[in-house]
Write a new protein. Sequence first.
Length: 270
Amino acid sequence: MTTSPDASAEPQAGPPVITVRGLHLYYRDFHALKNVSCDFAGRAITALIGPSGCGKSTLLRVFNRMNDLIEGVRLTGQVLIDGQDIYAKGVNLTQLRKKVGMVFQRPNPFPLSIFDNVVYGPRLHGRPRKAELEEIATRSLAAVGLWEEVKDRLGTPALSLTEEQQQRLCVARLLAVEPEILLMDEPCSALDPISTLAIEDLVSELKERFTVVIVTHNMQQAARVSDQTAFFNLKAQGEPGRLVEIDTTERIFSNPKEKATEDYISGRFG
């Protein structure tokens, strides 16, 4: 596989679920992402790494069109999920965001009970039967290792949970609507080391069922949890973000093809 600042990359762990070709993204006059082309394999974890401001989180938001909510954003190129152009006319954004869920830097539970947080999405999508909602809540909370901790207090406020439990709850809330892709934007940045390891263990388990794309500034975390790593960089401050290199995580961390990748991973800049 050849790599260059604007090169595409072959999928590493199976057929691609997400395909990006010639992507340019602008915030009004600012060119935030330049000519990004890459593939994201299904049922694998891809880590996006690079210095602040290089476009990692922007790319993540491309996949569920959250950037559409920002005034003045425009995009060229092609983004396919399961072969469908998600920027084509007529795409149902509600269905897209059900299929492509997102976990943010800080946990954002709703000011509702634990139970109502988990079943919020299924209720929104028309699944109001109590027995069905109870089954969804049990399954989703069990999937994130939270069921045994909260099963006797499902009616208590979600905000009473610890920060790490709140983050797992937010993942459970996503799983309740049965997505296919999980986007995670620095999901451990607000957590202590022990809680971080708990979330990393959860992410590793989730890849058995989902395609996961995670933004992280933690090189050790990227090395621990991901199957594939994409390194983004800026030529200079204020320049657009570019994909420098994407490959298996083992190769990126042991034998990167680009000097800039090696310099970033080794801590020479970042």
